[in-house]
Design a binder for this molecule. Structure first.
Ligand code: NDP
Ligand code: MG
Length: 370
């Protein structure tokens, strides 16, 4: 029996993980975390009978504690204990933002397997997480669709690739000019159905920038060898190109349950019955229009410079997305605020503590200049 912990069980990735787990025999949900949606967590406790749950929002924690009797309810500051549970075999990191960063680190230091959907921890502290995994025998399995694709492609040869490509469907803004972009318009993302923040990130280009940084850390590949290709149909998710001119590509329907299931059952591929209809596939590929995505270029620049700069970018981005969704700033102001914040980032040593401190500093700074 494989024992699974799901972080962010109430979100888009979390709910899809639960759906996948419901159809898998030989897996048991041992612990779960939620932030504010304690009601759904109560339903989960009834259905799956986990041993432990953690609620990271204080008000929701008080509510959950008074209502959940059949599982241990941990307070927000004890989230890391899910990572230290000796009984856990695999942790799915599906919460948003950087909150799971210390938990992922603790899990890797305990030699555990972490299936990571959550981008911000990798973007902010990829080097530190990779080193911890190598030193303590922990394993990171990518869940983000492009990285799951590259993970598959790389497994087909021992030869180092010349280049890897991740694809982008373009986000919502390709359908409209850069003016009058409202939260309601952005949230009608054309292909992937995701949480609000990542949907905005997909439109600004932040998401693709994060994915380039993730690819750099997860696969140890230089930025100069990572390309992005515009592919509106979102069927090819990643391509690995070799020196002999051959390429290996990974295709699937745009359905996050596929990479989630693979991360859970790796290296096996168990049925999901979500086949492609090859007779009717019409795939197109174009140059990714970087000039339309100022935030993409800025994110990659921060990734290349490294240190705590990606953390500063993440903090400024969190604040601008929040403000944009509340209607406090227009879409066009997002890159300007992030750029200004990043340019004022204090220079400090690259440690987990400083990554989190700088992220918080950038959240506040971006809020003040918005
Ligand atoms: P959602 O917004 O749908 O869900 C976020 C989850 O995290 C919820 O369970 C939420 O709890 C919890 N959460 C929110 N705030 C906090 C906090 N401060 N501390 C701890 N937990 C918190 O996001 P997604 O599922 O879309 O995305 C999750 C992560 O996965 C992101 O990093 C995203 O970039 C990445 N990702 C998502 C993909 C997708 O298809 N959705 C694809 C690839 C990557 P609650 O609901 O109880 O408040
Ligand atoms: Mg992705």
């Amino acid at each position: 029996m494989k024992k699974v912990s799901v972080l962010g069980a109430t979100g888009s990735i979390g709910r899809q993980t639960i759906k996948v787990l419901k159809g898998l025999s030989g897996y048991k949900i041992i612990s779960l975390s939620a932030h504010s949606n304690y009601k759904l967590l109560i339903d989960y406790v009834r259905e799956f009978k986990p041993k432990t749950v953690c609620v990271t929002n204080e008000k929701a924690y008080e509510k959950a504690k008074s209502k959940i009797k059949d599982a241990k309810v941990l307070p927000p500051w004890q989230l890391f204990r899910l990572a230290e549970d000796k009984n856990t075999d695999i942790i799915i990191a599906g919460s948003s933002g950087s909150s799971a960063l210390p938990v992922i680190l603790a899990a890797l230091k305990n030699g555990k397997t972490v299936a990571v959907a959550n981008k911000e921890p990798i973007v902010m502290a990829g080097d530190i997480l990779k080193k911890a995994a190598e030193k303590h025998g922990g394993k990171i399995i990518p869940v983000d669709s492009e990285h799951s694709a590259i993970f598959h492609c790389l497994a087909t040869s021992k030869t180092k690739p010349e280049k890897i490509y991740i694809t982008s469907s373009g986000g919502a803004i390709l359908k409209r000019g850069a003016r009058k972009i409202t939260p309601a318009f952005i949230l009608k993302h054309p292909i992937w159905k995701m949480g609000k923040k990542i949907t905005v990130d997909s439109s600004t280009g932040v998401n693709k920038g994060f994915e380039v940084i993730e690819a750099h850390h997860l696969f140890g590949i230089d930025f100069s060898k990572i390309g992005v290709i515009l592919h509106p149909e979102a069927i090819v998710h990643g391509i690995v190109e070799y020196a002999d001119g051959s390429s290996v590509a990974y295709l699937s329907r745009p359905d996050m349950k596929i990479p989630i299931k693979y991360a859970l059952t790796y290296p096996q591929k168990l049925p999901l019955k979500n086949f492609l209809d090859y007779k009717n596939l019409n795939l197109t590929f174009k140059k990714f229009p970087e000039e339309k995505y100022a935030c993409f270029c800025l994110a990659v620049k921060c990734g290349k410079k490294g240190g705590v700069l990606p953390s500063s970018f993440c903090g400024a981005n969190e604040t601008t997305v929040k403000f944009f969704l509340k209607g406090k700033i227009p879409f066009s102001k997002i890159p300007k605020i992030i750029e200004k914040t990043v340019s004022k980032t204090p220079s400090v040593k690259y440690t987990i503590e400083n990554c989190l401190k700088i992220e918080k500093w950038a959240m506040d700074f971006a809020g003040r200049i918005s």
